[in-house]
Design a protein around this ligand. Structure first.
Ligand code: GDP
Length: 363
């Protein structure tokens, strides 16, 4: 899963990105992640892992992780190729969701590209570029579909209708996601590769001095905008997040407590992204390793097994499953087995968050 960090220049993207890369996920544990200076891997905090770690006296704990991509350079005119324009838009195309960073701090030393702090203008500037890029896509898709309709293929009629609906929304400065409602429409729209279908989280970047205070007017403005769009808002101070990420892990909690916080903004952001994307974790536990694996909610056992290794999916026989809550309540796998809490599940089993799973497979 990849999240793209976007925002106008000087809003604190690089600072947030430094916090992300500094947070300290061990890249070696995540061979499927991209190695690239613009990609940062962040662990998904999960207290269940340390509890299982104790239970299994494990040597290694590997949390789930998500990737963040720094998509700098999105400026006014990007959809027309200005700045690094199209290149950046193509990077956004590859991500599963967008973290839109918005400047909600004042600092006279740091120039704002628009001349003054105005989160709504900033949001609109970026959104407009995404909308314009999508309008271009919709137009070229429409040409193709029109040709298809002439061949009499019904499939193209539904596509054309959806494209019309999306175009109308975009022309009113609304994102495509606001009009793609049914599962069928979502399925059809998937092949359009639009930017404004991607879910968005706004990261409202506040000043250090605003931490723990009631939301300032900039943040309130972002919140009302997000509400209108059905998007989420995370309030954080990128500068503090960067500082936290540079502290040794054992000192981070105390630093947060001194600020009156229980959790870092980055943790909150990661958890929200997980939720936004409909992701859950199932767990594997043993002496060598206790680990969380990311799946989409609704994933069946063989595909969940495939996250560990493709052979697990291909040769899937069954899954032995005990829920984390039962395992912890009963004090261990032996007791859970005795109480009949370890179930044998087949190919149709939908894996739950917190299932502790052992896959049986043929090689
Ligand atoms: P980018 O252009 O969006 O990547 O922005 P940067 O991360 O480079 O930040 C621009 C400037 O704003 C830098 O001088 C940062 O130190 C500063 N900055 C970023 N976040 C904060 C913040 O939370 N508070 C304050 N006071 N300054 C910040």
């Amino acid at each position: 899963m990849k999240l793209g960090v976007v925002g106008l220049p000087n809003v604190g993207k690089s600072t947030l990105f430094n916090a992300i890369t500094g947070a300290g996920a061990e890249a070696a544990n995540y061979p499927f992640c991209t190695i690239d200076p613009n990609v940062g891997i962040v662990e998904v905090p999960d207290v269940r892992l340390s509890v299982l770690g104790e239970m299994y006296k494990t040597k290694k704990i590997v949390p789930a992780a998500i990737e963040f991509v720094d998509i700098a350079g999105l400026v006014k005119g990007a959809s027309k190729g200005e700045g690094l324009g199209n290149k950046f838009l193509s990077h956004i195309r590859e991500v599963d969701a967008i973290v839109h960073t918005v400047r909600c701090f004042e600092d006279t030393n740091i120039i704002h590209v628009g001349g003054k702090i105005n989160p709504l203008d900033d949001i609109e500037t970026i959104n407009l570029e995404l909308i314009l890029a999508d309008l271009n896509l919709v137009a070229s898709r429409f040409d193709k579909v029109s040709k298809g309709i002439k061949t009499g293929d019904k499939k193209f009629i539904a596509e054309a209708e959806l494209l019309q609906k999306i175009k109308a929304a975009l022309e009113q400065s609304k994102p495509a996601r606001s009009v793609i409602v049914s599962e069928e429409e979502k399925e059809t729209a998937r092949s359009f590769f639009l930017l404004t279908t991607k879910p968005v989280i706004y990261a409202a970047n506040i000043a250090e001095s605003d931490i723990g205070k009631p939301h300032n007017d900039y943040v309130k403005a972002v919140m009302s905008k997000a509400k209108e769009e059905g998007a989420e808002v995370i309030v954080l101070c990128a500068k503090i997040e960067e500082e936290i990420s540079q502290l040794p892990k054992e000192d981070r909690q105390m630093f947060l407590e001194d600020l009156g916080l229980t959790e870092s903004g980055l943790n909150v952001l990661v958890k929200s992204c997980y939720k936004l994307l409909g992701l859950i974790s199932y767990l594997t536990a043993g002496v060598p390793e206790v680990r969380a694996w990311t799946i989409k909610s609704g994933t069946k056992a063989p595909q969940a097994a495939g996250k560990i290794h493709t052979d697990f999916e291909k040769g899937f026989i069954r899954a032995e499953v005990v829920h984390y809550d039962d395992l912890v309540a009963l004090g261990g796998i032996v007791q859970a087995k005795e109480k009949g809490k370890v179930r044998s599940e087949g190919k149709e089993y939908v894996v739950n968050s917190g299932d502790v799973v052992l896959f049986r497979f043929n090689v």
